[in-house]
Each structure stands twice: as C-alpha cells, then as structure tokens.
Write a protein that binds this ligand. Structure first.
Ligand SMILES: Cc1cc2nc3c(=O)[nH]c(=O)nc-3n(C[C@H](O)[C@H](O)[C@H](O)COP(=O)(O)OP(=O)(O)OC[C@H]3O[C@@H](n4cnc5c(N)ncnc54)[C@H](O)[C@@H]3O)c2cc1C
Length: 470
C-alpha cells in the first residue's frame, strides 16, 4: 500500500519499487538510490524535481508499464525529457525520464523526421543537415524536440516563413492515461491531434513524433554585440528597422549582463552588451544590405554575422550549453511602440541597476500569425513580439529576480496581451489557473479541458501547466 512522506506526498516502499522494476527494462530509482539524482536532473537548477520514483524508460513498453503502475495507485505522472521546462517538484509522482529514448531518423525522400520522446534539437540539426534539410528548430540545441513541438515551437530563423513547428507535425505516438499506445494523425483521433499540438504534456507521454523537414541549407546571420552605452540608440533603431524587414529575414535583441567568469568570451565578460541577432534566408549580399542601418549605429564589440550552414543555427542565440539556476518570465506583446522601448530601457538600461542578466525581445509575425493547414491548439498567434527575461544566480537571489521580472512585466503591461504560446509559460514561477486560461483563451482552453476529460479523466498528467479535465 502507498504510504505518505512528511510533506504529504506519496512515497513507495522498496517492495513496490521492486514490483515496478520487474515490469520495466530500464532502471527504477527511489529517493536516495544511486541513480535517482541523475534521472531527476533538470536543466534549470532552480526547478528541482523530487518524485516518489524515477523510471528511466527505454522504450514504449516501459512507458506503458510506468503509466499503468501510476494509474493503478492514482499517482501523478511527470515527464522529463531534458528538464528545460519542468513545472513543479513532482512530489509523489512517478517520473518518466525519456532521455534514453532519443533516436532520430530522417527520411530525405519524404522530407520527414521521426524522433523519439527524449531527442534533442542538435541531433535533428545534424541528421537533417546531412541531407540539406531542416526542421523548424528553436534557439537552443539542447531543448527537447518533442516538448518544443507540443508547446508550439517558435523558430528564430524559420518562424516567420514557416509558422510554428507544431503546424508541421504529421504524427504523434503517445501513451495515454489508460496505458494504451496510440498513433494520432490528422485523420485518426482528430481532437487529440488538435490538442497535442499546443496543449503541451497534458494528454500523455509522447514516445515518438513525426514532422516535416524543409530544404534549407544555409542562412545569413549571427550577432552584432554593441557596448551597453549604445543601448538606447540600438533599441530605438532596431524597433523601427524590424518593422520593415521582409519575412525571410528576422531578428531579436537581447540585453546581456554576463558575469566576470572564465567561461564567458572576453569582449562580453563582466560587461553589459546589447546582442542584436539577425538571420536571413536571402542571398548574403541582399541580407547584408538590409543590415546596414544596424551596422551604422556604432562599431560592434563582437560581430559573428556570416553565411552559415543551417545545422549551425544552434549558434545564433548563444543559449547556455550547460544547466544553470535561473528564474524567468515571458510575455507576448501585441505591439512594441517607441513608448514601450522607453519603458523597457528604464527597467533594464545601463542606469537601471537591474540584476536581470538576460532580457530579449523577439520579432514574431509573418507566417506565425497565420492559421495552420491542419488546425491545432497553438495559442498567441496574434502576438507580434515576445518578451523573454531571466535572472540567473544562486537560489537566494530568486526573490530579487522575481521582483525585477514583475516590475519589467508591469512596465510593459500596456502592450502585453494575455494569449500567448505555451512555450513562453514560465516554469520557475508557476502559472495560476487564471493565467493559463488567459494564455490559451477561453474557447481554446475549454476545448482542451473537454479533450483532457476524454483521455485523462483522473488528471494523471498534471505535473505541467495543467489543463484540468472539464
Ligand atoms: C534556453 C532555452 C531556449 C529555448 N528556446 C525556445 C525557442 O527558441 N522556441 C520555443 O518555442 N521554445 C523555446 N524554449 C522553450 C522550450 O521549447 C520548452 O521549455 C520545452 O517545453 C522544453 O522541452 P524539453 O523536453 O526540453 O524540457 P522538459 O523539461 O524535459 O519538458 C518540459 C515539459 O514538456 C512536456 N514534455 C516534454 N517531452 C515530452 C514528451 N515526450 N511527452 C509528453 N510531454 C513531454 C512535459 O510536460 C514536460 O514537463 C526554450 C527554452 C530554454 C530553456
């Protein structure tokens, strides 16, 4: 029988764990076991997980057995692929770690990728790149391909021409709360197919995903890093400049305060810089002409703009390659006028005294604003910009980061909209039910909740941005 620990969460006896282990080919760990920490490791060290048991799944049979075990005891199921966006501590849960299920197969003839539930983007960049193909990949090469697609998936290079990654999913293989494995496509279980693409991990454990690839071999782009003293001029020029960019070209701007640590490249170490990211699918000369107004501002302290193979898309944002502790908060902006830029600068400019090491504004729009060929649950298509901010440091600094993130969100509130993409939802601060409903919009949320009731009536999959069964 399941017992409970001092925090009120379910805990398993070693006999129960042995019973589970007998049904599973991969390892099964209780708290205190040697492998428990490694299978519970998150990328954001500020969001640790402490499940009742961690299962290292090696295949669909393991996932089915783990889900059935959890369902039989009414324990929640938590899914961890890479740990980039784990929501909550997973107390009392059966955590299914998918990192051992990371096969990637590219079919160049059909321009199709098939990935297992724990695959990471750098694998697809490499495999598809071999054939001159690309998926609608995100900024970070270490992010999970499946988690990214389930939340929508905004690509900083291909988003404005191709829309959200979720729009190009062809099939989802999933183990649902009843322990069954299903193959879900546009022509089978249509409601579930709609919900899975945007509704995140609410409907089961995705064991494999198939999605379209596109013939994209290169882009022209990289970063211009300007000294912080030019922040105001760079932001104002960037804001006006981006509104005239063709769809094949896109940009984001990041305000970086990097610590004086040896791992940080020299011109950025211990300084405040403004990182203008630029990418274009146009020929290099044409793209370089478009970039001219930004280059005219000042000589950059670092310039990484070059014609680049698409597989090196991983270098565009220079996202952190290793786990770190951070607190983040993001919002979707419907507009970003000059007043908004001024408000942003007051919060995070050179004289603000902010401790936020990373604040990014991303240009959206283009194909991201269009409805997909096969409707899905991706929210926030009407946002024209995304604001993503974080503070990284020891856990005792978290309250300061939270306060400064709240002040930043407040300053940009006049231009912020409620509906936003699920991948923008914060993991480290939690999201209330009202915020989640608002992020999806009432109609979309209600439809998701009705589908959740059909496929997961007891809300087994609730260690996430939870859509409760209607
Ligand atoms: C540095 C960084 C850069 C990012 N850049 C982008 C970007 O450019 N564009 C963008 O759209 N997003 C971006 N994201 C957000 C990212 O797409 C989400 O955080 C995504 O959920 C991460 O998935 P994961 O598998 O890596 O993480 P995990 O923490 O392992 O998973 C997060 C959640 O996704 C669900 N999930 C993951 N895999 C499965 C599965 N196989 N089956 C069922 N549920 C699953 C689960 O609910 C899980 O708790 C970024 C995040 C970070 C930290």
């Amino acid at each position: 029988m399941t017992s409970y620990d001092t925090t009120g969460h379910a805990s398993l006896s070693s006999a129960e764990a042995a019973d589970l282990a007998a049904r599973i080919a991969g390892p099964v760990w209780l708290p205190g076991d040697d492998g428990y920490q490694a299978d519970c490791a998150t990328f954001n060290l500020m969001t640790p997980v402490r499940p009742a048991v961690a299962v290292g799944a090696t295949g669909v049979a393991d996932v089915r057995a783990a889900v059935r075990f959890a369902a039989g005891r009414d324990l929640p199921v938590a899914v961890l692929a890479t740990g980039h966006q784990v929501v909550g501590e997973a107390g009392g849960a059966v955590l299914i770690n998918l990192s051992r299920m990371d096969a990637v197969h590219v079919d160049p003839g059909r321009r199709l990728a098939r990935v297992e539930g724990g695959a990471r983007w750098h694998q697809v960049l490499d495999e598809a790149g071999e054939h001159g193909l690309a998926g609608v990949s995100g900024a970070s090469p270490t992010v999970g391909v499946v988690g990214y697609h389930l939340g929508g998936g905004h690509s900083p290079i291909l988003g404005r021409t191709h829309g959200y990654a979720a729009d190009h999913v062809q099939a989802v293989e999933i183990v649902t709360a009843d322990g069954e494995s299903r193959r879900v496509t546009a022509t089978s279980e249509r409601d579930l197919f709609w919900a899975l693409r945007g509704g995140k991990g609410n409907f089961g454990v995705v064991t494999a995903l198939e999605f379209s690839l596109f013939p994209v071999e290169r882009f022209y782009g990289g970063g211009l890093f300007f000294a912080g003293e030019h922040a105001a001029e760079v932001l104002r020029t960037w804001r006006e400049w981006t509104t005239g960019l063709p769809l094949e070209t896109t940009s984001s701007i990041a305000f970086l305060r990097r610590p004086p640590l040896p791992g940080v490249p020299e011109p950025l170490r211990g300084t405040f810089v403004v990182h203008v990211r630029f990418s274009s699918l146009l020929p290099a000369e044409e793209a370089e002409r478009l970039l001219a107004p930004m280059r005219a501002i000042a000589p950059p302290v670092l310039d990484t703009i070059a014609d680049t193979p698409y597989r090196m898309a991983r270098t565009l944002h220079m996202d952190p390659p290793r786990p770190a502790p951070w607190v983040e908060r993001s919002s979707a902006l419907r507009d970003f006028p000059g007043e908004a830029a001024d408000a942003l600068l007051r919060e995070i400019g050179p004289d603000s005294g902010t401790r936020l090491g990373f604040v990014e504004v991303r240009l959206l729009d283009g194909a991201l604003a269009r409805p997909p060929a096969v409707p899905n649950a991706v929210s926030g298509r009407n946002a024209r910009w995304a604001l993503i901010a974080s503070g990284a440091g020891a856990p005792d600094q978290a309250p300061v980061f939270r306060a400064q993130l709240a002040a930043l969100a407040g300053a940009l509130a006049p231009w912020t909209q409620d509906e936003m993409n699920a991948n923008l939802l914060t993991a480290s601060q939690g999201t209330t039910l009202d915020e989640l409903r608002a992020a999806y919009g009432r109609e979309r949320y209600d439809r998701l909740a009705a589908i959740k009731k059909r496929y997961d009536p007891r809300n087994l999959f609730r260690v996430n941005h939870n859509i409760a069964p209607a």
